[in-house]
Write a protein that binds this ligand. Structure first.
Ligand SMILES: C[S@@+](CC[C@H](N)C(=O)[O-])C[C@H]1O[C@@H](n2cnc3c(N)ncnc32)[C@H](O)[C@@H]1O
Length: 415
C-alpha cells in the first residue's frame, strides 16, 4: 500500500498538503505512529486508523509542525496593540483569537503586549485554538525552555514570568487571559455564528495548505473577523489575503490585513461594535469543531451565545449536543422529531448530513447536504462539507462545481 491514501486523509482532516510539506514528513510521522502502535504494515495501520478516532488525533499530533516562540515577529504585536487602542472604550472587552496557537507562546505574548500597553485584564480576552492536543497540553502547562525565548530583547521575561523548575512560567495574570481549546480552522463552521473577533492571529498555518484550501481558510477567517477587525498572517503568507478580499494596512513587517471593504469605506464611521458583552472565555471557546469530530465543541443547550433561543433553536441545539457526544442514532431520531414538529430547515438537514458523514454513510450524507442547499443555496458549511465528501469520493467535477459556487458567494459577500 502506498502512502497516498494517508496524504489524502491528512489533507481532508487538517488541510495539510503533502506537496507543500513534502511527502517525507508524512512518511516519517506514519513510521513513528506505526512503531508506537506496534504495527509493521500500512494496511493494518490504515484499518486501525479508520476505526480509531484517538489514533487519527495521534497521527495529527505526530505530523504537525509546532515551531513557535514568544513575540515571533514583534511588529505583529505592535499592530495588534495599535488596533486594540483604536477599539478601546467601546464598553465591551476586546476579543482576540490565536489560531493556530501551537504551544501557547503566541497567545501569551498577545496578553503580555496588551498588559505592557496599559490594558486591564477585564478589557480583553484571548481565545487560543489548535488542532493538536499535544500542543495544547503543553500550552496549558505553560513551562517554557530556552527555545521559546529568541532574540536579544527578553525584558518581557523579567516582567511577566517566574523561574520554575524546568524553565519559565508566565504569571497567573497572563495565563488567566488565555482560554485554550481544540479546534480545526477547516472544520464545520459553528452554529450559531460566534461573536466576531477584533484581532485574529493566524500565523504560519496557511503555508501548509494548497491554494484551494488557503482560499477556504481565508473565507473562514473573514467570517470570524469583525467588520473593522485586523488579521495577522505570517511573512510567507502575506501575498494571499489580497487575492481573497483583504487589504494590507501597510504596517511594516506586521503582515496585517483588514477587509478590503473596510478600506474602501475608510472615511465613513466604523461599523458599530458589538452592543452586548462578549461571552466569558470558557463559553467563547466552544466554537470551532475539532479535526475528526465534526460536532464537538459546539454550544450545548443553554450555552448558545445568541439571545434567548426559541423552541426550534433549542431543539437544534439538543441535536447538536447529541452529535457532539457521538450519539449518532439519537441525532437521527431527534432530527426526525424536529422535522415533524418544526418542518424542514437547512440547519436540520445539514446536521443530519454531518451525522451520516460521521457514520460513514456518504450517500445519505450527500442527500441531506443537498436538501440543506435546496432550502438555503448559500449555506456555506453544507457546500464545504459536500464538496469535501465529493472530493473523497473522487468526484472532481462535482467538487469543482461547488468550489466555484463558494467562490461566487465569497465574491458576492465582498461587494
Ligand atoms: C508553525 S505552528 C504556528 C504557531 C504560531 N501561530 C506561530 O506563528 O508561531 C503551526 C500550528 O498549526 C496547527 N495546525 C495545523 N493545521 C491546523 C488546522 N487545520 N487548524 C488549526 N490548527 C492547525 C499545528 O498543530 C501547529 O501547532
Amino acid at each position: 500500500m502506498a502512502t497516498g491514501a494517508f496524504e489524502q486523509l491528512l489533507r481532508e482532516m487538517i488541510g495539510l498538503s503533502s506537496e507543500t510539506v513534502g511527502a517525507s514528513v508524512i512518511r516519517h510521522a506514519l513510521k513513528r505512529r506505526m512503531t508506537a502502535c506496534e504495527m509493521s504494515d500500512l494496511h493494518s495501520y490504515w484499518r486501525y486508523l479508520s476505526e480509531s478516532r484517538t489514533e487519527r488525533q495521534e497521527l495529527i499530533d505526530a505530523v504537525v509542525v509546532p515551531e513557535t516562540w514568544f513575540f515571533r515577529d514583534r511588529e505583529a504585536f505592535a499592530a495588534m496593540t495599535r488596533q486594540a487602542r483604536e477599539n478601546r472604550g467601546a464598553g465591551v472587552p476586546l476579543r482576540l483569537l490565536s489560531l493556530p496557537c501551537s504551544t501557547g507562546e503566541e497567545p501569551y505574548s498577545m496578553a503580555m503586549a496588551l498588559f505592557d500597553a496599559g490594558f486591564e485584564a477585564r478589557e480583553f480576552s484571548i481565545d487560543a485554538i489548535d488542532v493538536s492536543t499535544r500542543n495544547l497540553v503543553y500550552a496549558e502547562r505553560a513551562i517554557y525552555g530556552r527555545n521559546s525565548f529568541r532574540g536579544d530583547d527578553l525584558g518581557y521575561r523579567d516582567r511577566h514570568f517566574d523561574a520554575v523548575e524546568g524553565g519559565f512560567r508566565p504569571h497567573e495574570r497572563v495565563r488567566r487571559q488565555v482560554c485554550f481549546a481544540l479546534g480545526n480552522l477547516l472544520g464545520p463552521a459553528p452554529q450559531p455564528r460566534p461573536e466576531p473577533y477584533d484581532v485574529i492571529f493566524c500565523r504560519n498555518l496557511l503555508i501548509y495548505f494548497d491554494r484551494e484550501t488557503q482560499g477556504l481558510a481565508l473565507d473562514r477567517l473573514r467570517q470570524m473577523l469583525a467588520e473593522s477587525g485586523l488579521l495577522l498572517l505570517g511573512p510567507a503568507e502575506s501575498g494571499l489575503p489580497t487575492l481573497h478580499g483583504f487589504a494590507s494596512v501597510r504596517f511594516p513587517r506586521a503582515f496585517a490585513f483588514v477587509r478590503a471593504s473596510a478600506v474602501e469605506h475608510a472615511p465613513a464611521p466604523a461599523p458599530p461594535r458589538r452592543s452586548r458583552p462578549a461571552p466569558p472565555p470558557a463559553q467563547a471557546l466552544r466554537r470551532i469543531a475539532p479535526p475528526v469530530r465534526p460536532f464537538a465543541q459546539k454550544a450545548a443547550p443553554g450555552e448558545a451565545a445568541s439571545p434567548a433561543p426559541d423552541r426550534a433553536a433549542m431543539s437544534l441545539a439538543t441535536i447538536e449536543h447529541a452529535a457532539n457526544a457521538g450519539r449518532l442514532g439519537e441525532v437521527k431520531r431527534a432530527a426526525a422529531s424536529h422535522l415533524e414538529e418544526f418542518g424542514p430547515s437547512a440547519e436540520v438537514f445539514y446536521l443530519l448530513g454531518l451525522a451520516h458523514d460521521a457514520d460513514d454513510a456518504p450517500s445519505d450524507a450527500i442527500q441531506n447536504y443537498r436538501k440543506a442547499l435546496y432550502l438555503a443555496p448559500d449555506h456555506r458549511q453544507a457546500l464545504v462539507q459536500l464538496k469535501l465528501l465529493l472530493q473523497r469520493q473522487g468526484d472532481k467535477a462535482g467538487a469543482k462545481a461547488l468550489t466555484d459556487r463558494l467562490d461566487r458567494i465569497a465574491k458576492r459577500s465582498d461587494v
